[in-house]
Design a protein around this ligand. Structure first.
Ligand SMILES: [Zn+2]
Length: 331
């Protein structure tokens, strides 16, 4: 089902296409799990649909080819599995492919997702194609963190912002798309990421989410055993657990901003002993970075157990950790 929170962007893109003003490069900047890939596929269908007056119809050979990623004029570039990076060889192949005439006499479309996985060399190689794109080419870069791309790339793409819907909108879309379920609890675990939630087993996520919350609450009160927890978590659902940890941290950061604590304590300066709002905020952000680093290092030959244990230790008070008040906005 069409995600209603993207409808404005869809209308804008369709109007630009109808008027012959569709840019050759789009940066689809999404909130995590808010539908960047979905909009990229929809836009590919828009330009590759065989029914001009009704595009994208969703049922012609063109639309179906895009939906199954089998269309000869659609190229999807994703990270090579082990490296988690989009590499220069992939971009060179893409450029060659784009320079050929399209199979069906229309557009050639490339989707790079997530484009923030382009490594430095690959980004440089892509620049040339962005500067001198062949006629009737559409490049779409799906990103959650555009700051990881060089400014030279960003400046050559038109940005389309995809924001996550509010909680109620996400839940009712999930109920329509996936049927009844405890979607509130799923989003509590994953964050406001409806597209991500639509792809999971809700019961399993709720269980893992509750377990992670309990462990982090225990860690921040000093009553947890990071070694045992890390050993257990490395063996099951680690990427999901990291997503839950990131969301747990984000909620606390939001709690600080929404509550009075940030504004009342910010003037106290960062050098007071013990926990204060400024230190806590800095540490929360550092922990978010730590989780993201671990996420992107998952496929590299690191010792995941040790890395996770080190991360969990940073939640323990007295080790540069959070003396976390419950976030004021929630719970
Ligand atoms: Zn169609």
């Amino acid at each position: 089902m069409t995600p209603p929170w993207i409808s404005t962007e869809m209308v804008t893109l369709a109007a630009a296409y109808a008027a012959g003003r569709l840019p050759h490069a789009l940066l689809l900047h999404e909130a995590p799990g808010a539908g960047g890939d979905w909009l990229a596929k929809w836009t590919a269908q828009l330009v590759l649909c065989q029914r001009v007056t009704d595009a994208p119809c969703g049922s012609c050979a063109g639309c179906r080819g895009v939906a199954t990623s089998q269309h000869p004029d659609l190229i999807v570039l994703q990270p090579i599995e082990e490296s988690r990076q989009i590499r220069i060889e992939q971009v060179r192949e893409l450029s060659e492919e784009l320079s050929l005439t399209s199979h069906q006499g229309g557009y050639k479309v490339a989707i790079l997702t997530p484009a923030d996985a382009l490594n430095r060399f690959a980004a440089n190689a892509l620049l040339k194609t962005l500067e001198e794109p062949p006629q009737r080419t559409l490049l779409m870069l799906v990103v959650t963190q555009p700051s990881r791309l060089p400014a030279t790339i960003l400046s050559r793409c038109q940005r389309v912002r995809i924001r996550a819907p509010d909680r109620q909108g996400a839940v009712s879309w999930l109920e329509t798309t996936r049927g009844p379920g405890d979607w509130n609890a799923v989003l509590d675990a994953l964050g406001e990421a409806p597209m991500l939630a639509a792809d999971v087993d809700p019961a399993a996520v709720v269980q893992v989410g509750a377990e992670v919350r309990r462990a982090l609450d225990e860690a921040s009160t000093g009553s947890a055993d990071p070694v045992a927890t890390a050993e257990r978590w490395v063996r099951s659902e680690l990427p999901l657990r990291l997503r839950c940890i990131e969301n747990w941290l984000t909620e606390r950061i939001r709690g600080h901003y929404e509550g009075d604590s940030f504004f009342t304590k910010v003037g106290a300066g960062p050098y007071l002993p013990g926990a204060n709002a400024v230190l806590n905020m800095g540490e929360l952000f550092e922990l978010v970075d730590g989780v993201r680093e671990l996420k992107s290092a998952l496929e590299t030959p690191i010792n995941r157990g040790l890395a996770l244990e080190a991360l969990l230790r940073r939640f323990v008070p007295g080790r540069g950790a959070i003396a976390a008040p419950a976030p004021s906005g929630r719970r």
